[in-house]
Design a binder for this molecule. Structure first.
Ligand SMILES: [Zn+2]
Length: 101
């Protein structure tokens, strides 16, 4: 955008520019909101089936399970937390989740 050396010369032009800036920043805020909503919406849905995931607590770790395909989704760091669950208590995370011994 060209810099207007005399912003008071044309008041309409000045306010049009202010309005454009306001619209631009409002637009950016709305886009950020929308992006946030979209992300949180996706987090609660199975990426495969797009159905709502069921939250399930396993040794204080909240895991998301899809009631349709049975997919299990972990947030960042949750797998590491599950690995800390003592084997004697859980029978091993993979073992108890999938029946593997
Ligand atoms: Zn699914």
């Amino acid at each position: 955008m060209a810099i207007d050396e005399k912003p008071s010369r044309n008041e309409d032009e000045y306010w049009a520019k202010v309005d454009a800036e306001l619209i631009k920043s409002r637009r950016a805020a709305l886009d950020a909101e929308r992006e946030k909503a979209r992300k949180s919406e996706q987090q609660n849905k199975c990426p495969r089936c797009c159905v709502d995931l069921k939250e399930r607590e396993y040794h204080h770790v909240k895991i998301d399970e899809c009631p349709q395909c049975g997919g299990i989704w972990l947030d960042k760091g949750e797998l590491e937390m599950l690995q800390q669950v003592p084997r004697e208590k859980s029978g091993g995370f993979l073992g108890s989740m999938f029946g593997i011994r």
